[in-house]
Design a protein around this ligand. Structure first.
Ligand SMILES: Nc1ncnc2c1ncn2[C@@H]1O[C@H](COP(=O)(O)OP(=O)(O)OP(=O)(O)O)[C@@H](O)[C@H]1O
Ligand SMILES: [Mg+2]
Length: 503
């Protein structure tokens, strides 16, 4: 028996109804190891890890933790066996403090020694570099801080097996760097780390070993040192995948979206955008480059009418959005794929068709007399499923059972179906696998070619350069440059993204 083996899963099978989503999967984790779990949307990654974390019970196979056979019947069971999982979507209580969240449901005695708990938490944070203020309320916190609380919560309960399900999807580059430092420190002190991610670069940077799942089956487990990104992609998809060449950069004439000297405040009442101006023409993709947190969110929300402007004007085809309701702006032809897609309008207990009409049930084109044309929309739902290759067993089933990436696809599909005049896509490929990423980009280009003005917000400079007709660089709430992809370099844009911080 290998002493260093923290986890040994053998022949794991899991089915939902008749659908086997894990088939005969072997998986192991050693002490001190960072093990990446890869696979396309719906491949069964979260399901396998939910079994390890006691959320689901396997229908076949066995599991050993720390060399002992275990049968886990709840997350509590898993925790007492040293397994902690940070889920794709956090489960913190917003109106409690960090330390209250960490001990929630855990404290055994009647009396809480707040000072002692806060000291324990500070000690833990110090050890791994997890900086948080234990007495601060969660609703004040950035996504990065919330994630650190989740990690602390697991550590506080004694976890030495930590599972992170797509932890970087919502982090800024700086936060990702901090997280990776923390994970390396934890591994160095003997923990085992499992990380699920769609970002190949992160896998190559962080992982020691890699396991790839495809359609619920383990395709292979390899040492990072023995593979490259291309080979991993082929293992995931089952065939080589190539980026489509993008040609025909268009020089539009008519203006679709006009941003005129706008100033918008963030939640704290500080100017997040200062006197920003630029335009997006019809038939053009304008990429917003910048480290997230530099005004992107406020810009998108300002256009969509979700946030008030202090100064300036925003116009869709010449008509101002100022003073209009969100509903009215949608009717003017705006579609918005927001950054925070979970919790923005998907209802888990409803089926796909109902979710698709949720947003625009009031629109004339969806109505016939007083009732909604459900049949027509069901056809559209089928189209979304096809176009985005959504893995859904039954189109009439509630969507709560979809995988994380497939949920994202539904939201995107809903917005793009609208045939908008202006489309804002904020980080549209977050959480999506490689093939779907290409499909989404294809759709953005189709919208552009159909005359839509597309605003594409992303942190990934490679993607920005590939897709955009023009690039607006945001830094510290101001525009630090407007450039064309053919006339600039990644380095040059990088400099503009940091200009305020270097100077
Ligand atoms: N509670 C459930 N009921 C029914 N089907 C489910 C349930 N949970 C997951 N599934 C199905 O199992 C399959 C695998 O889902 P899983 O969430 O494990 O995928 P994933 O690899 O994590 O994908 P993603 O990268 O999109 O997060 C999907 O087809 C999903 O629809
Ligand atoms: Mg998942």
């Amino acid at each position: 028996m290998n002493e260093n083996l923290l986890v040994a899963m053998e022949g794991i099978g899991k089915r939902f109804g008749e659908n086997w989503v894990n088939k005969n999967v072997d998986f192991s984790l050693k002490s001190g190891e960072i093990h990446a779990l890869l696979g396309e949307n719906g491949a069964g990654k979260s399901t396998l890890m939910n079994i390890l974390a006691g959320v689901y019970k396997q229908d076949a196979g066995e599991m050993m933790l720390h060399g002992k056979k275990v049968i886990l019947s709840s997350p509590k069971d898993a925790i007492s066996n040293g397994v902690g999982m940070i889920h794709q979507h956090f489960k913190l209580v917003e109106n409690l403090t960090a330390s209250e969240n960490i001990i929630l449901g855990y404290q055994k005695g009647l009396f809480l020694n707040k000072k002692k708990i806060e000291k324990d938490i500070r000690d833990f944070s110090g050890k791994y570099g997890l900086s948080i203020d234990p007495s601060d309320y969660v609703y004040h916190m950035s996504v990065g801080e919330k994630q650190r609380i989740e990690i602390l919560k697991a550590l506080y309960r004694g976890a030495d097996i930590l599972i992170l399900d797509e932890p970087t999807a919502v982090l800024t580059p700086q936060e990702i760097k901090e997280l990776f430092d923390i994970l390396r420190k934890m591994a160095a002190s003997g923990c085992g780390i499992i990380i699920i991610t769609h970002k190949m670069r992160e896998v190559m940077e962080l992982a020691d070993r890699i396991t790839v799942l495809r359609k619920g089956v383990r395709v292979g487990t390899v040492l990072k040192s023995q593979v490259d990104e291309k080979e991993l992609t082929e293992m995931m998809v089952g065939k080589p995948i190539s980026e489509k060449k993008i040609k025909d950069r268009k020089e539009g004439k008519e203006i679709g979206l006009s941003i005129e000297n706008i100033t918008i405040h963030n939640d704290k009442g500080i100017a997040a955008l200062k006197n920003v101006s630029f335009q997006v023409k019809k038939g053009e993709i304008v990429g917003i480059a910048g480290i997230s947190g530099n005004g992107q969110k406020e810009l998108a929300e300002g256009i969509a009418g979700l946030r008030k402007m202090e100064e300036g004007a925003i116009k869709i085809e010449g008509e101002g959005v100022g003073g209009k309701t969100v509903r009215q702006i949608i009717d003017m032809g705006l579609s918005f794929v927001p950054e925070d897609r979970i919790g923005t309008g998907l209802v888990g207990s409803m089926d796909l068709t109902d979710n698709l009409i949720l947003k625009d049930y009031r629109k004339e084109k969806r109505r016939k007399g007083f009732f909604i044309q459900k049949k027509k929309i069901r056809e559209e739902a089928k189209k979304v499923v096809e176009q985005f290759d959504i893995k859904i067993a039954d189109i009439d089933a509630p969507i709560s059972s979809l995988s994380g990436g497939n949920l994202q696809k539904i939201l995107l599909g809903r917005e793009i179906l609208e045939d908008p005049k202006v489309l804002i896509a904020a980080y549209p490929v977050r959480g999506l696998d490689i093939a779907t990423t290409e499909a989404v980009y294809d759709l953005l280009l189709k919208q552009r070619d159909g005359g839509c003005a597309v605003l594409f917000i992303s942190e990934d400079l490679e993607h920005i350069l590939r897709l955009s007709d023009r690039i607006v660089v945001l830094e510290g709430g101001t525009v630090t440059g407007i450039v064309k992809p053919g006339e600039t370099t990644m380095d040059e844009i990088g400099m503009m993204m940091l200009s305020g911080q270097v100077g």
